[in-house]
Design a protein around this ligand. Structure first.
Ligand code: URA
Length: 224
């Protein structure tokens, strides 16, 4: 359907196919990291910072994701990161299953067909329900492998936004669970692609890296 990720991304940035487009301030967000990576991380949908930058998981949840990945020696430039839905729902509410299905059928499925990762990590309930089944529950099903419709193995873990809401013992427990889930995903990738390098010496600063896109999006909005 699309020739490559650039082709997909330029079409994605023009998308006005559903009502969520009207709610986001700056239009659809796309992906970041390496489309050549064996590991794809699928989040839920953009928050305020992501809406400004056009890039998934770079705000507070993304910063925590960076730290969690670093604990297993992964930097974001060596994984592919994307979201189920591409536009920020009004008030940052959780997208409905229908909204998630509509957007992911249009975009995520095409992204994953091009990227063809070996392993997928589903971050949180919305990604788990889309990638596994609508009856799946993050509290019950995290840390368990399942097969996706793409025939790519996936494992779900808690969304960083959930960790940001926890405190005390609950937080410590959930952080360890995320650590073990990331370790399991990494181990499977390493088994399937033993030579792939998952970590850069210099940890990328995604806000700096994508400042140009934020400027572009604000300029486009002013000129609209
Ligand atoms: N939460 C997500 O799942 N994705 C983002 O891009 C930001 C917050």
């Amino acid at each position: 359907m699309f020739h490559d990720m650039d082709d997909l991304e330029s079409n994605l940035f023009q998308c006005t196919q559903c009502a969520l487009h009207n709610n986001s301030n700056h239009g659809p967000t796309s992906y970041n990291g390496s489309p050549d990576s064996p590991l794809t991380i699928v989040g839920e949908g953009p928050g305020g910072v992501e809406d400004e930058y056009g890039v998934p998981l770079i705000g507070p949840s993304g910063q925590l994701l960076d730290k969690a990945l670093m604990s297993v020696n992964i930097t974001r430039d060596h994984v592919f990161t994307t979201n189920i839905i591409k536009c920020r729902p009004k008030g940052n509410r959780t997208p409905t299953i229908e909204e998630a299905n509509f957007c992911a059928n249009n975009w995520l499925d095409a992204e994953l067909a091009l990227v063809a990762p070996k392993v997928i990590i589903a971050l949180g309930s919305v990604a788990l329900k889309y990638l596994d089944n609508p009856g799946a529950r993050i509290t019950k099903d995290r840390g368990k492998w399942f097969n996706t419709k793409y025939n790519i193995p996936a494992i779900a873990t808690y969304h960083p936004a959930y960790l940001l809401r926890l405190t005390g013992k609950q937080l410590v427990k959930a952080k360890w669970e995320v650590y073990y889930d990331f370790q399991a995903a990494l181990a499977k990738c390493q088994e399937l692609v033993p030579d792939y390098k998952f970590k850069s010496d210099v940890v990328p600063n995604l806000l700096e890296l994508y400042q140009f896109r934020k400027t572009e999006r604000f300029t486009n909005k002013e000129n609209a």
